[in-house]
Design a protein around this ligand. Sequence first.
Ligand SMILES: O=C(CO)[C@H](O)[C@H](O)COP(=O)(O)O
Ligand SMILES: [Fe+2]
Length: 214
Amino acid sequence: MVKIAPSILAANFARLEEEIQSVEAGGADYIHIDVMDGHFVPNITIGPLVVDAVRPITKLPLDVHLMIEKPEAYIDAFVEAGADIISVHVEASPHLHRTIEQIKQKGIKAGVVLNPHTPVETIEGILEEVDLILIMSVNPGFGGQTFIQSSLKKMRTLSQWKKERNLSYEIEVDGGVNEETAKLCKEAGADVLVAGSAIYQQNDRAAAIRAIRG
Ligand SMILES: O=C(CO)[C@H](O)[C@H](O)COP(=O)(O)O
Ligand SMILES: [Fe+2]
């Protein structure tokens, strides 16, 4: 069954505890946390302090999506704050192999993220090292954008490589995921669906999660 990772970017930050607990009770599998630095992407969101505050209020794995320059400088802080999965953008990581090793040495899962224009071939050399590959289906920086269809081809390729090469990474998709686009992502081989607006804009979080899971 596909996993659902609600993105708290679309939550009411003044009520973060309730917002997180509502999706946990509604059947979510991960809590997706979008970290933006105002440099790699044109928006600023949250840092390790918020991850640290959120850690004790949920049992779910914290799936931390770093949209920041020099992610290697902040990995230790996010691990200490309680991240379970840390994903870094290939576009922000000239020494991607080293950064992935740095995350794994901390005993947590390591992911790599591809922007919409970045071909999957750029990470072919690191497929065996990563626990998760996150395909951006919008340009990172904001919630509530429209799903970019060309991301489906990347999911299909990653799914095919995974089978052919007997690999174990999870294929995650992020941006514009709703009931309709979720179906396409599942058909293309996605294992984890991130959804912000499609979950947090609904009062009934369990129903929203069920609809996306399909
Ligand atoms: O990484 C992100 C944006 O950079 C978010 O996780 C993503 O946009 C989720 O929001 P939505 O489901 O509303 O598109
Ligand atoms: Fe994200």
